[in-house]
Design a protein around this ligand. Structure first.
Ligand SMILES: [Zn+2]
Length: 354
């Protein structure tokens, strides 16, 4: 995997705090693109083949990750927090977290957890909410915490430990959801920059996906695509009680035929299956109860043909997650094969198949 992937997951970027991720995206795409477009919320896309008479194709990851915000400082110096994006409190007990100041200075801490000595004989409470947790940065009192740089509204992100498993195949990190999609966009721009494409390509990433697909709304209004591909990580259930449509590592990219916000366009579904088979790219069907930027993009103007090219990932929306290199290759190969297939004739065929 190219350096984009590791570089991107190591950056902090809760929803609306995508500044440093965006800066990285911009620096990396600049040498490979004709131009760069940005919406007013912060989404960013590099453009190839802008003058094409073919369809306008948009490829999007999202730059934000689930995290927290500082909502207060207690008199004893502990930090109050709320979550942004869906996370469960119990996953965040006794975890290393970092508060980031506006200029990316780090204030490390751990989420306070009562040792068993203090809870012996007491009944455990109902499931923990993230906002019930307190972050201990080692401040002696409120004034001390302020002196250390804490301010209300700062983002809080888990400390990352990037690990490759012993077999060399799986990569464990925070924020695969969805710096993975951001990195795919960068890699695709780099690989296609010298190719003659049958379409124009806008590849990049949105902001604020985790809080309601907000950047997808504004970015699609800006680009006005004919076709929109979201690349995003979806949770696999294969280490629990999964079935054949709930995602498995090493089974290829996910054909997300159903989620509550987007039932896959039947013409696009047939096209994706055809291209995957022609190119020998492994895929699995996937039903999700969540949503991706594709759900919002499909409703732009008079409608956009969308697909989510899903990346299987275990344990997302927590402090860390796991992906498989073979699935990464399947996603990347599929995105390239699809983009190369999108000419006007193919778009008409896809559209006529509903
Ligand atoms: Zn995501």
């Amino acid at each position: 995997m190219k350096a984009y992937y590791k570089d991107l997951v190591n950056l902090p970027g809760a929803p609306s705090f995508e500044k440093y991720v965006k800066k990285y995206m911009k620096n990396q795409m600049t040498p490979n693109v004709e131009s760069i477009v940005e919406d007013k919320l912060g989404s960013i896309f590099g453009v190839l083949n802008a003058e094409s008479k073919g369809p306008r194709v948009m490829l999007a990851g999202h730059m934000d990750e689930v995290g927290g915000l500082v909502t207060g400082i207690k008199e004893n110096g502990l930090i109050k927090m709320i979550n942004i994006g869906g996370i469960k409190g119990d996953v965040f007990l006794s975890q290393h977290m970092i508060i980031y100041t506006d200029d990316l200075e780090e204030i490390p801490g751990i989420t306070a957890s009562k040792p068993p000595h203090l809870t012996k004989g007491k009944k455990e409470d109902k499931p923990l909410k993230f906002e019930d947790l307190l972050l201990d940065i080692g401040a002696d009192d409120k004034e001390h915490a302020e002196k250390l740089g804490v301010k209300i509204g700062q983002q809080i992100i888990p400390r990352n430990t990037y690990v490759v498993t012993k077999d060399g195949k799986k990569h464990i990190s925070k924020a695969w959801d969805n710096r993975f999609g951001c990195a795919v966009s960068l890699e695709i721009l780099e690989s296609l920059k010298n190719e003659s494409l049958p379409c124009s390509l806008y590849a990049g990433a949105t902001v604020q996906e985790e809080v309601g697909l907000r950047g997808a709304t504004t970015a699609t209004a800006l680009v006005n695509p004919d076709i929109f591909l979201a690349v995003d990580c979806s949770p696999c259930q294969d280490s629990f009680d999964g079935d054949e449509i709930s995602g498995k590592l090493n089974e290829g990219f996910l054909v997300r035929f159903y989620d509550p916000g987007a039932i896959m366009h039947q013409g696009m579904k047939a096209h994706v299956e055809k291209i995957a088979k022609e190119n020998n790219i492994k895929f699995q069907y996937y039903k999700s109860m969540g949503g991706t930027d594709a759900a919002r993009a499909q409703l732009n103007n008079e409608g956009v043909v969308v697909a989510t090219i899903g990346m299987p990932a275990r344990y997302i929306h927590s402090t860390t997650s796991m992906i498989h290199e073979n699935d990464y290759q399947a996603v990347r190969d599929m995105v390239i094969a699809l983009i190369k297939s999108f000419d006007q004739k193919t778009l008409s065929e896809i559209k006529s198949n509903v």
